[in-house]
Write a protein that binds this ligand. Sequence first.
Ligand SMILES: [Zn+2]
Length: 245
Amino acid sequence: MKKRMIAALLAFTSTVAFAGDHGAPWSYSGATGAEHWGQLSPAYAACSAGSNQSPVNIVDAIHGQLKPLGMHYRAGGQQALNNGHTVQVNFEPGSSLDVDGRAFALKQYHFHAPSENHINGQSFPLEVHLVHADADGRLAVVAVMFKEGEANPALARVWKQMPEHAGDNAQLAKAVSAAALLPASHDYYRFNGSLTTPPCSEGVRWLVMKQPVTASAAQIKAFADVLHEPNNRPLQPINARLIVE
Ligand SMILES: [Zn+2]
C-alpha cells in the first residue's frame, strides 16, 4: 500500500512538473538521448511526431531561382555561453537577414560537432548555426560547414575566451560579427525544417551554405573537448520536403 502511494505521488509530481515545464532535461546519449526526446515532455512532442524535422542529408536539390540572401551583419556578438549542449555567442540587436521580404534579427550562433546536416551524404567535423527570428517569432537558421584546414580567425576570437564548463559565460573582449564566419560564396540550399534540439519546433527556414569554411584540427578538438560528447542530432527523414538550390 505504501509503495503504491509513493508511486502515485511520484506520478502526480512528475505530471505537475511537466505541466508547466518546457525545459525537461535532455542530452545526446542514454535515457535522455535524441531517440527519447519526444517522450521527455509533452512540450517536446514534435521531436518524435513531427514530419519536417532537422537535420537532414541534403541530396537531390531542385534548381530554383533562389534570391541572394540579404545579410546585414555587424559586430554585436558580446557574450559566449556554454549551456551544456553547445557553445553559443549571443548578439545585441543590429544584425539581420532578409528572407522572403522579411527581416530576421540575428539572435545567436552556436556550434555542433560533428555537423548535423550532411551534404550529399558527407558529414563535416563542425557546423555553425546562425539563429534569426522575425518580429512574429518565425525562425531562420543559416548553417555553415567547417572542414579541417587552415585555422579560422573568427573562431579563434571566440575560442580564446572559451567558456569551458556548462553554465560558464564570457564577455568577449571585442564584439564579433557573424559575417566573419561566412564562406566567400553565399550560394545556399534552402528547405523547411525544425530546431535540432528540444522542443524540435517546426516551420524553421533552413539556409545551408554550399561552400564550407575551414577550422584547424586544434580548433575542432578544442570545441569537442569542452562538450565532452558529440552534440549532433541524428539525420531525420526528408518525407515530402523539397530542397532547393
Ligand atoms: Zn544548432
